[in-house]
Each structure stands twice: as C-alpha cells, then as structure tokens.
Design a protein around this ligand. Structure first.
Ligand code: C5P
Length: 298
C-alpha cells in the first residue's frame, strides 16, 4: 500500500518584510498564491526504516538525508504518534530547487499528509498545520494552497478570496539562492534604515478578490527583490526581457532566484515564455496558473 500526494509551488504576490526580530526571523506580510507546478510525494512502508529518493531534472540537488523537509515531516509525525518513521518517501520533483517557489516546503507538507494517511494517525488538520509551522515558515501555506495572507514568520495564515485565474510565466535561473543568505542581505541593505511594520496592501487584496490581472500587476511587490538582485545581478536582465515581451508585472519570486511574470491571459503567457526562452537569460521557462489546490491525495 502507498499514498501519493500532490503539492503546488507558490509565488508571493506581496512580500512585505519587517526588521529582523530577536530570534533572527523577520515579521512578514506575505500574500501567497499557489500555482500549478507540482511535486508529488509517495509514501510506502519501508521495514528497513526511513528512506528518501527523488527523481526529476534537478533531483541531484535535493538532499536525501534528514535535512530534507519530507524526512523531517515523517520523523515529527512519527514522534508525536509514538511510532517509528519506517517509510520510503519518493519525491517526483517538478518545482525548481532553491528557487523561491517553496519546493522544499511542498515536499514537507506532502510527506506529512502522505504519512498521516498511510499511518492513519487520526491527526486533526490543526495538528498537521502545527507540525507544518514547526518544519518551516512556508510549509503551512504549501499544505493549504489557494491564496492566503501569512503573518508572523509567514506561518499564521488567513485564506484569501481569489476572483479569477491568473496566468504566470516563471523563469528558472542557472543557479539557486539560499533563503537565509537573501534575508541576511536584506538586513545588510536595511542597516540604518527605518523599516516599517509589514502590512498587506488593501489594493492588492482587492485585485486578487476581483481576479483582475492589471490591478494585481500594479500592486505586486517583493521587499526581498533588492537583496536577491544584489546577490544575483543577472536577474535584472531576465526581468527586463519579460517586461519587454509584454508581461504586466515582473518580479522575483520569494527569495528568488526564480523570476515571475504576470500576464493578461494564456496567449500572452505563451508570448512571454517564448521571449524569455529566446533571451538566453535563464535556464528554463515554465507556465502555470494560480490559484492551485493545496496538498491533495491523488
Ligand atoms: O522558516 P524557514 O526554515 O523556511 O526559513 C529559512 C530561513 O529564512 C530562516 O532561517 C531565516 O534566515 C529566513 N527567514 C526569515 N524570516 C522569515 C522566514 C524566513 O528571516 N519570516
């Protein structure tokens, strides 16, 4: 018997970042939108003990030890329910690795749901979300999907209404960026500045609720973008190529280095994707729509 769970990637349509807290984390106003690029996690009983395997174009960059969030999810769930994490977790990876699209978080959320179903723990959704929050700031959102405002570290979620489908193009960069390194660079660039409390933009929430891509494009903002560009200056060329091809908005996704391009419709998305491929400023180009469903047993 085995259980397979599909989990979406995310793009942050607003990422407002506050000053560093005493614990090193940053308070956020993080407007997440799940998009239709998915990792699939299959949990199968493994009498030999916990094992993680991964397939996909970037599989060689995925750690297979206990630092993988999928492994940590299995270990934490097993600990809480007094059992051993005797499970094989196989990840079919389609979300870019170290790309700012919550691929690692998706695997954590997916493994948690898959192990929970496999073991029949009877855990409530609240308990599972609590474990998600322990695993990482973005893991609760990977679990719930759709669109949500995350505050605190990003783990305290309020679901958001979305009035339509948004068409996105994602340019995957030649290399990854480390999230802690991008936050450190944010702190360095913020030194001596007065950083305001992060708050969600009412105009942006209204644009999402209306499903209006032009209004959303006018309000998207990522406070980590200057830090990501400072560590990875070539991303400016990718952003410029997407804008020149008619994207309504171009921004770094989360901590990057994936760049995200909002388009008016599917045709425009194809045009932007073709232009980005031809630009030579990125490794791969993907199209996806949002919102997408959260972690789902398939
Ligand atoms: O929560 P997660 O493990 O995904 O966070 C990875 C790193 O990103 C943290 O160690 C921290 O450096 C940074 N981070 C932060 N503030 C947040 C979320 C993440 O500084 N709200």
């Amino acid at each position: 018997m085995s259980v397979t769970v599909r989990v979406p990637a995310k793009v942050n349509v607003q990422l407002a970042v506050g000053a560093a807290r005493a614990d090193g984390f940053h308070d956020l106003a993080n407007v997440f939108l799940a998009v239709g690029l998915y990792d699939e996690i299959t949990a199968t009983p493994s009498p030999q003990g916990l094992r993680v395997t991964c397939e996909g174009p970037d599989a060689d960059q995925v750690p297979l030890d206990d630092s993988n969030l999928a492994a940590r999810a299995a270990i934490e769930l097993a600990r809480r329910y007094g059992r051993t994490p005797d499970v094989h977790l196989h990840i079919v990876k389609d979300i870019p690795v170290a790309g700012g699209m919550a691929g690692g978080s998706a695997d954590g959320a997916g493994a948690l749901l898959a192990c929970d179903a496999l073991w029949g723990t009877g855990a409530t959704r609240e308990e599972l979300l609590e474990i998600c929050a322990e695993l990482g700031s973005d893991v609760p959102f990977s679990f719930v999907g759709g669109a949500a405002l995350g505050v605190g570290r990003g783990e305290l979620l309020t679901p958001l209404e979305v009035g339509g489908v948004f068409h996105w193009v994602f340019a995957i960069a030649e290399r990854g960026l480390s999230t802690p390194a991008v936050f450190r660079e944010f702190d360095r660039l913020a030194e001596g500045l007065d950083i305001p409390e992060p708050v969600a933009s009412p105009e942006l929430l209204a644009a999402l609720a209306k499903g209006d891509p032009d209004a959303l494009a006018a309000t998207v903002v990522n406070d980590l973008q200057p830090a990501a560009l400072s560590l990875f200056p070539e991303l400016a060329d990718t952003l410029a190529a997407g804008r020149a091809a008619g994207a309504l908005a171009a921004l770094v996704s989360g901590s990057g280095p994936t760049t995200a391009f909002l388009t008016r419709d599917a045709d425009a998305a194809h045009r932007v994707a073709d232009a980005l491929r031809a630009s030579g400023t990125c490794r791969t180009v993907r199209m996806a729509q949002g919102p997408a469903e959260g972690a789902t047993i398939s």
